[in-house]
Design a protein around this ligand. Structure first.
Ligand code: NAD
Length: 512
């Protein structure tokens, strides 16, 4: 809740509604001061070798592990997720990413010699990777530790300093992340945390940072893209999804059903790459639905270790889930399991829900639901499965379930998405060597992998003359007939005969 008069944001525990704390709703002046501090810190930080930066980040990771119990407490109190979920999906991914870059990032950012082409053989061509300066990181509430730690760590590995704006729904986790960097010693100012709502986020984008890494909704992503365009700064946008799952007639149905349940319901479905719609081939549809219904009825929702899923996090999200389910049922869908908001106890709870008889006229099959809802639809053949999967403005993650590796890869190649899992769900984000990101409205750019480290860098192209001639042949004064000389060179160098070969392959224009 934002109190603009007091300029504070109060946070609460979604499991109980109890107040957990408050943070200031910071404005442009405070953001500008944070960017200025990060700018000063960037000089020393950028001057370190990659190995020195890696040692520092590993020390931050050690501190994170020392404080793991307390961090898990804060994550669970702000999100309502279970402790096990927090350990595996928040802390582990952050630790793994630091491990991956510490081991491989130095090589990724090494100056790279590339071919200077066939006409510049006497030059040395290189790509260098240099820090951008100060990176703005703006994050959402669904994975408040991973989605702050991983972009922040990537920016730092690349030699940048960071201004982090955590979600106003889960700001206390962001504050804890800031403390890890401030307290580890050595370079206390490399991560500045500013707290507040969208206005604070906008002030980060417009406040003089050199790049922005934004994770959040499509609607806000558009605003961030416009603001970044006005500043002419690069931006990575990690946005929403409506991820399809295709279950083929030759799939292991036990594994597929268990994967669907986990993919749709873990973190109460509040995962950008959650399984949001399932397409099952006709001949195995009934069997698959039975298995899912059986599994969904046994999911234990609540607080504490004897449960499988916790509460939802954000009041508005529960309203969206309820609206999607109600609209689908009004239009003819059936809820075989769940279907309602849990009433009569405090906190934000929505029953794990399985829907059938759904179609693409329903919001639950088109828009991001971001809640514990698993809608299932039939398909006849692979062509129809792909048409249904691709009938979406989103393209983040997706999955294909089949015992045939060939069929799996063939379908994966035809799905319009930045990521595809075969016989698995969600986990590609945890494989930090794989670049992660979306196509279509799911975003621009990639986090993780070599790509992200380079995207957080200025790629500088350097060309060094090695021949030391008095002058190049194309400098002044131009030699007479340089045009003829040039054409001779072009033909000798580039004529390949492909034109003739292509003509021979093409059908004759006049077959008679
Ligand atoms: P959101 O877009 O409402 O907010 C995200 C962040 O943007 C918050 O910190 C918010 O304060 C800030 N913000 C709001 N207005 C802003 C503005 N004008 N300028 C700059 N910053 C502004 O998203 P949310 O509700 O926090 O998160 C849920 C969404 O995030 C879902 O759509 C989900 O799919 C998406 N998400 C995507 C990924 C991914 O990796 N692709 C990961 C997690 C979540």
């Amino acid at each position: 809740m934002t109190d603009t008069a007091e300029r504070t944001i109060q946070t609460s525990d979604p499991r109980t509604g109890a107040v957990t704390g408050s943070v200031p709703n910071q404005g442009p002046d405070e953001v500008a001061a944070a960017i200025a501090r990060a700018r000063v810190a960037s000089v020393a930080w950028a001057g370190l070798t990659f190995e020195e930066r890696a040692t520092h980040l590993k020390a931050v990771r050690d501190l994170l592990l020392d404080r793991a119990e307390q961090l898990v407490d804060v994550v669970c109190a702000e999100t309502g997720k279970l402790r096990g979920e927090a350990v595996f999906t928040e802390l582990m991914v952050a630790c793994e990413l630091i491990d991956y870059y510490a081991k491989h990032g130095g090589r990724t950012l090494q100056p790279e010699k590339v071919s200077a082409g066939s006409t510049m053989v006497h030059k040395k061509a290189m790509r260098w990777y240099e820090p951008m300066g100060v990176v703005g990181v703006i994050s959402p509430w669904n994975y408040p530790l991973t989605l702050t730690m991983t972009p922040v760590a990537t920016a730092l590995f690349a030699g940048n300093t960071v201004v982090l704006k955590p979600s106003e729904v889960t700001p206390l986790v962001g504050v804890e992340v800031g403390k890890l960097f401030a307290e580890v010693g050595g370079h206390p100012d490399i991560v500045q945390v500013v707290t507040g709502d969208g206005m604070t986020g906008d002030a980060v984008v417009r406040g003089g940072v050199d790049m922005v890494c934004f994770t959040g909704s499509v609607a806000t992503g558009r605003k961030v893209a416009v603001a970044a365009a006005e500043q002419l700064i690069p931006v990575i946008l990690e946005l929403g999804g409506k991820d399809p799952m295709i279950v083929c007639d030759d799939a292991d149905l036990d594994r597929a059903a268990a994967g669907a349940l986990w993919g749709a319901f873990s973190n109460s479905g509040q995962t950008c790459m959650a399984v949001e719609r399932v397409y099952v081939q006709d001949s195995v549809y009934d069997q698959f639905v039975d298995k899912v219904v059986d599994g969904a009825s046994k999911i234990r929702q609540g607080e504490g270790p004897a449960h499988d899923i916790g509460s939802m996090t954000f009041p508005k999200q529960v309203d969206i889930v309820e609206r999607h389910v109600d609209e689908a049922v009004d239009k003819g869908a059936k809820a075989l399991v769940g279907g309602h908001r849990v009433l009569g106890k405090p906190g934000l709870w929505f029953e794990p829900t399985v829907l059938v008889d759904v179609d693409h006229d329903m919001a639950v099959m088109r828009d991001e639901t971001f809640g514990p809802v698993l809608p299932i639809m039939r398909f006849h053949d692979d062509k129809e499965a792909i048409a249904l999967a691709n009938d979406s403005v989103y393209g983040l993650n997706s999955s294909v379930w089949t015992k045939s590796p060939e069929r799996g890869e063939q379908l994966a190649a035809r799905i319009q998405a930045g990521n595809v899992c075969v016989n698995d769900a969600l986990v590609s984000y945890g494989v930090t060597s794989l670049p992660f990101g979306g196509v279509k409205e799911s975003g621009i750019g990639r986090v993780h992998g070599e790509e992200a480290l380079r995207r957080f860098s200025i790629e500088k192209s350097v060309l060094v003359d090695r021949a030391g001639l008095k002058k190049e042949v194309y400098w002044f004064p131009l030699p007479k007939r340089i045009d003829r000389m040039g054409l001779k060179l072009l033909r000798a160098r580039y004529r390949s005969g492909a034109g003739k070969k292509l003509k021979a392959l093409l059908p004759s224009r006049n077959p008679r």
